[in-house]
Ligand binder design. Structure first.
Ligand SMILES: *[C@@H]1O[C@H](CO)[C@@H](O)[C@H](O)[C@H]1NC(C)=O
Ligand SMILES: *[C@@H]1O[C@H](CO)[C@@H](O)[C@H](O)[C@H]1NC(C)=O
Ligand SMILES: *[C@@H]1O[C@H](CO)[C@@H](O)[C@H](O)[C@H]1NC(C)=O
Ligand SMILES: *[C@@H]1O[C@H](CO)[C@@H](O)[C@H](O)[C@H]1NC(C)=O
Ligand SMILES: *[C@@H]1O[C@H](CO)[C@@H](O)[C@H](O)[C@H]1NC(C)=O
Ligand SMILES: *[C@@H]1O[C@H](CO)[C@@H](O)[C@H](O)[C@H]1NC(C)=O
Length: 730
């Protein structure tokens, strides 16, 4: 009977089956085993027992291979009853699926499969763990980072500071059994310490723990700027906003500054929170570093960034409509300011024009010789990041035969003898014509005296009467030619025959400065007078200046009446005709009484004397002969009551600039002034000195009218009169 044949029993055979079952029935079967190589037992035992009659013999199969137990003794396997015992199991050799096979004469039965697996728990790495810094009041996560474990069912706990003190979890602290991580919702100072993640594998019975992770709580937040304005480029005249926001506890306040400046630009505004700086209408001078500083009681933080200001292009120079001769040179310029420096492009009639010289900033468009093809609409465009500017102009190239219609040579020409004569020749013509000149029938060439100038004009130097005659200018270009003429008359040169002479005159007198000239009688002559290069206006200055009648002889004399000091100077006479002119000059010197001496100062004060100092005044072209000192005292009857003073030395010549005034009264207020005198008399007095008071002194005059008379018994009455100094002065 094979056990397997029992699978199809009929109900009638039930009883006999029972009997058979007892003959061979697996009563103990092996179960799955998880073994840890270094477990203390050092063995695995798998049960197998069959109820069998006669008793069964047992064999085991590993992964369907018969384990040879009977034939040869094995170092690892041994059979105890039906149980298989594996001593010092090794994963490589012994992991697998085991089946127990029981057999007797009636047949063979096999047990359920049982797996032998090797569990493991690796160690945590040996590297030190980084400390975790957390500000008090904030949350923290300590990562477990467990090693490899099999089977994966493990429990996580955390050791606090020393084994075997395990951390209690509570509403603030949580250990995830999925990851092993430790969460602390709000770190407190007492959380400081060393933490180690403890992993236990209940299946293998093994536990490992990590290196300590120090948790270091930090004091509450100091100011920490989190919103930092970046370097900013703004357009000129725009409004900008810089932001700076700080975290911290207590809430920090923010201070704004401009680097290297005492103040923020005037056009600024700071938001109420302090976090936003507005700058309105920014200008180039606002460029620079800006700084925000966040401060609270715990500390401070700061941030700095730069503000740059740029601008759209503006024209500094641009093109205008132009009419210009064919063949001529021409330059168009477009210059723009702006930042960054604008790039300039040119268009002609809507097409981009490439500039030949690329290395130049293409601000020029140059034509060496214009042709009709150059006519058209030109545009230059200045562009930078901030904007674009257009300038438009028409260029019209024109050509015409020379014509004197609008500007003929003057018919009547005048030139002064020995002078320089220029005869203009300015026809309209395009392109520029060639010029030739004739005098009568004679063709003129450049020589030492005569030249045809670039603009077509004819120049004659050191003209003589022989140069008189009919002059014609001929202009010719590829379009045609034209001519124009004028008659040149040479006039006598204008020349001053009697120039003014250097003159000296007394204040109040009258003087005449000569100026007579010879000139061509055909011409009118004018005399112009100037003093120190200022032209005299005879209408407004009639009180002093007058022309002496211009007679037939060509005289233009100047009369100066009631001469004053300020008439002194250099007088220039210019005599001129329409053709030429001549100039002469003379110096006029004015003499008169001296001006007032300069500041007068009291240098030292005594009881009956003072020492005075003064500075010299103007001498008006005549040396000062003497000075007179005058005084006035506080009893003077009127303001003008000045008296000559006694002095040492008595006579003050023109070189003296200090003096001692004597014979003054003590204890009296005085003022002093000084008058200079020269050959022409005495001048104005100086400004009076400040008031001073002489020192006091013992009386020098006795009281007068002393008298005595009897009073009451034993008394005498004495009377006297006090002398007043004024008595002696008058
Ligand atoms: C944490 O460990 C370090 C050394 O590993 C030790 O110096 C320190 O005192 C420990 N801290 C606590 C709170 O035990
Ligand atoms: C700048 O701000 C001022 C005041 O708020 C406003 O009047 C002005 O239009 C602004 N300018 C620009 C360019 O936005
Ligand atoms: C162009 O015209 C403007 C005004 O009409 C004048 O101010 C400017 O100087 C002109 N530019 C040139 C290059 O002629
Ligand atoms: C013109 O005359 C001056 C003297 O009056 C003389 O020095 C000069 O050389 C002359 N110039 C010519 C071109 O003859
Ligand atoms: C004459 O001389 C002037 C310079 O003095 C020069 O510009 C001009 O070209 C000359 N003309 C001729 C025809 O040689
Ligand atoms: C000068 O021009 C006139 C016209 O204005 C012309 O009749 C005359 O022939 C010209 N002379 C010469 C020499 O070309």
């Amino acid at each position: 009977f094979l056990f397997l044949s029992l699978i199809q029993p009929s109900p009638v055979h039930v009883l006999s089956i029972d009997i058979l079952l007892v003959s061979l029935w697996p009563s103990e079967e092996p179960v799955d085993v998880v073994y840890t190589e270094d477990s203390p037992d050092g063995r695995i035992s798998m049960n197998c027992r069959a109820r069998a009659n006669p008793p069964a013999s047992y064999r085991w199969r590993r992964d369907n291979w018969e384990i040879k137990l009977m034939e040869q003794p094995d170092e690892y396997y041994s059979l105890v009853g039906g149980n298989l015992v594996i001593t010092n199991p090794r994963q490589k050799k012994h992991a697998g699926t085991y089946i127990c096979v029981a057999r007797n004469i009636y047949g063979t039965v096999i047990s359920k499969e049982a797996r032998v697996k090797f569990g493991f728990v690796e160690e945590f790495p040996q590297e030190e763990r980084d400390p975790v810094y957390v500000k008090e009041g904030q949350g923290a996560v300590l990562l477990c980072a467990p090693p490899k474990v099999w089977p994966q069912e493990v429990t996580y706990r955390w050791i606090f500071n020393e084994f075997p003190v395990f951390l209690y979890t509570d509403h603030r602290r949580f250990v995830s059994q999925k990851t092993g991580n430790l969460y602390i919702s709000k770190v407190e100072a007492q959380d400081a310490g060393n933490y180690s993640c403890f992993v236990s594998s209940p299946v293998t019975g093994k536990s490992v723990f990590s290196k300590f992770i120090p948790l270091i709580p930090l004091p509450p937040d100091d100011a920490d700027i989190r919103v930092k304005f970046p370097d900013t480029t703004a357009m000129l005249a725009s409004n900008i906003t810089l932001e700076c926001f700080a975290l911290g506890n207590p809430i920090p306040h923010i201070v704004w500054r401009k680097v290297d400046a005492t103040d923020l630009p005037p056009n600024h505004e700071i938001s109420e929170s302090g976090a936003v700086l507005h700058l309105y209408n920014v200008q180039y001078e606002d460029v620079g570093g800006y700084e925000c500083e966040a401060i609270n009681t715990k500390g401070k933080d700061w941030h700095k960034a730069w503000l740059y200001v740029e601008s759209a292009p503006e024209w500094a120079e641009t093109i205008n409509n132009t009419q210009i001769d064919i063949g001529s040179e021409h330059t168009m310029r477009c210059v723009a300011s702006g930042k960054p420096f604008p790039f300039i492009r040119w268009y002609k009639d809507g097409y981009m024009k490439l500039c030949s010289k690329r290395n130049q900033l293409s601000i020029w468009l140059k034509f060496s010789s214009l042709t009709f093809d150059d006519s058209g609409m030109y545009q230059c465009i200045a562009e930078n990041y901030w904007g674009i500017k257009y300038a438009n102009a028409e260029l019209r190239v024109i050509a015409c035969a020379p014509t004197f219609e609008f500007n003929p040579v003057r018919k009547q020409l005048l030139g002064a003898k020995d002078g320089r004569v220029v005869i203009e020749c300015k026809p309209r013509a395009a392109p520029r014509p060639r010029y030739t000149w004739t005098k009568g029938k004679e063709l003129l060439y450049n020589n030492s005296r005569i030249s045809i100038m670039f603009d077509g004009s004819l120049e004659i130097l050191n003209a003589t009467n022989n140069d008189e005659g009919m002059y014609s200018c001929f202009a010719e270009n590829d379009r045609g030619k034209s001519n124009s003429s004028g008659y040149l008359t040479i006039t006598e040169a204008t020349s001053i025959t009697e120039p003014p002479e250097d003159t000296e005159v007394k204040v109040g007198d009258e003087v005449i400065l000569r100026c007579a000239a010879s000139y061509d009688p055909m011409l009118d002559i004018t005399f112009i007078w100037a003093i120190d290069f200022r032209v005299i206006d005879f209408d407004s200055e009639w009180e002093h200046y007058e022309r002496v009648m211009v007679g037939e002889d060509g005289s233009g004399d100047l009369r100066i009446k009631n001469v004053q000091i300020w008439h002194e100077g250099r007088y220039t006479c210019v005599t001129q005709t329409v053709v030429d002119s001549d100039t002469a000059y003379a110096d006029l010197k004015i003499v008169g009484v001296p001006g007032p001496p300069g500041v007068i100062r009291v240098e030292e004060i005594g009881d009956t004397w003072v020492k005075l100092l003064w500075t010299k005044g103007a001498d008006h072209n005549s040396p000062i002969i003497s000075y007179t000192i005058q005084t006035r005292h506080n009893w003077a009857l009127n303001e003008d009551d000045w008296k000559d003073a006694s002095t040492t030395p008595t006579f003050l010549d023109g070189h003296v600039e200090k003096v001692e005034v004597t014979d003054l009264y003590p204890w009296m207020e005085y003022q002093f002034r000084i008058i200079a005198t020269n050959e022409y008399g005495s001048g104005e007095a100086s400004i009076p000195s400040l008031k001073i008071k002489t020192w006091d002194a013992a009386p020098v005059i006795s009281p007068t009218d002393v008298a005595g008379y009897g009073g009451r018994n034993g008394e005498i009455v004495i009377t006297w009169t006090v002398s007043k100094p004024s008595v002696h002065v008058t």
